[in-house]
Design a binder for this molecule. Structure first.
Ligand SMILES: CC(C)(COP(=O)(O)OP(=O)(O)OC[C@H]1O[C@@H](n2cnc3c(N)ncnc32)[C@H](O)[C@@H]1OP(=O)(O)O)[C@@H](O)C(=O)NCCC(=O)NCCS
Length: 154
């Protein structure tokens, strides 16, 4: 397996993965992001992407998408560490990430990786659904309702 920084050549493959989340863009905090808007770390095995972290650096570094297709092998952790390093080198004071109240696995995962809850945006998913009606209402029996922001200081 190898980890690489996303280049323009990866945009089609990344767009396909983004498409798996309902349409051709992601929404975070009321903003739309397409594959070409985001930098990323890709985990490749046998020519296929088996995990990716897409991020956006402004003053801080936001991880807009973290997803692995082979789970519990350390890939997600490794991608986070690589993004933290890039963010630190870019002078970002923190890395932050949005997940939802219903993503129990992510709530566990980020806390165990040293992230703290830094904000809760109640009912923010209503606003996200205005931009992206494809976002489902429920996940594993829980209403997808609030955005939970996690951060780690660098
Ligand atoms: C959340 C997500 C990115 C985690 O990715 P991952 O690649 O499974 O993460 P890791 O393998 O690094 O860590 C997961 C667990 O596997 C364990 N693990 C890592 N390597 C392992 C190994 N070789 N053998 C056994 N367990 C291992 C880790 O210790 C960790 O457990 P812990 O959290 O209890 O400490 C992944 O579950 C995912 O894609 N979920 C769907 C999309 C999603 O919800 N994304 C986040 C929303 S913002």
């Amino acid at each position: 397996m190898r980890y690489t920084k996303k280049t323009d050549k990866d945009n089609n493959a990344v767009a396909e993965i983004i498409g798996g989340w309902g349409c051709d863009f992601l929404v975070s905090r009321g903003k739309k992001y397409r594959a070409e808007d985001l930098e990323g770390i890709l985990a490749y095995e046998k020519g296929k992407i088996i995990g990716l972290g897409l991020y956006y650096i402004k003053k801080d570094c936001e991880i807009v998408l973290l997803e692995t297709f082979v789970q519990n092998k350390g890939i997600g952790t490794k991608i986070i560490e690589k993004i933290k390093k890039i963010a630190r080198e870019s002078g970002c004071p923190r890395v932050w990430i949005i997940t939802t109240n219903s993503n129990i696995n992510a709530l566990r995962f980020y806390q165990k990786r040293g992230f703290y809850i830094s904000n809760i945006y109640k009912r923010a998913m209503d606003k996200s659904r205005k931009l992206k009606p494809e976002i489902p209402k429920m996940h594993e029996g829980i209403e997808i309702r609030d955005e939970i922001e996690f951060e780690i200081k660098l």
